[in-house]
Design a protein around this ligand. Structure first.
Ligand SMILES: Nc1ncnc2c1ncn2[C@@H]1O[C@H](COP(=O)(O)OP(=O)(O)OP(=O)(O)O)[C@@H](O)[C@H]1O
Length: 126
């Protein structure tokens, strides 16, 4: 369903629009982005290594990408199932579970990297 006007825009523009739409409509996406900024700030504050940055970036990327896909699944489910339906429930619940798995992985990465540094910082302080 492309027209002349649409062809003038590059794919990246649509992707950015998708991110903005998801930020506007999804509360969880806004939370993930806030956490992302806090983690990136902490990464600079605690001067984490390049190796640690790789894990942090991977974890952030996984969570944001899964959240975006979860939003797509929710939108499609709402279009496909106008009424209450067992399948709609399962689709949404399993899609949300995928985000949860990514978030748990990210939390574990965060704890493994930052927890010892926070303890060290506290010990130096008191
Ligand atoms: N059509 C449906 N039929 C049966 N259960 C549904 C249906 N739509 C949603 N649900 C259930 O309600 C839960 C919440 O759905 P709801 O649409 O309110 O939020 P969501 O779109 O899944 O998530 P978000 O909070 O990100 O908007 C789903 O996880 C699912 O268990």
């Amino acid at each position: 369903m492309k027209n002349k006007k649409n062809r003038d825009r590059i794919g990246l523009g649509y992707a950015v629009t998708g991110v903005i739409t998801s930020l506007k409509t999804e509360f969880n996406m806004r939370i993930h982005v806030i956490i992302m900024f806090v983690v990136i700030f902490s990464g600079f504050l605690f001067r984490i290594s390049v190796f640690e940055w790789l894990f942090v970036i991977l974890a952030i990327g996984f969570v944001l990408a899964f959240e975006l896909m979860n939003t797509v699944v929710e939108l499609l489910t709402d279009v496909l199932f106008k009424e209450e339906h067992e399948s709609a429930k399962n689709i949404k619940d399993i899609s949300a579970a995928a985000v949860l798995v990514a978030a748990i992985f990210a939390a574990m990465v965060g704890i493994i990297i930052f927890f010892p540094k926070v303890i060290e910082f506290m010990n130096a302080l008191f």
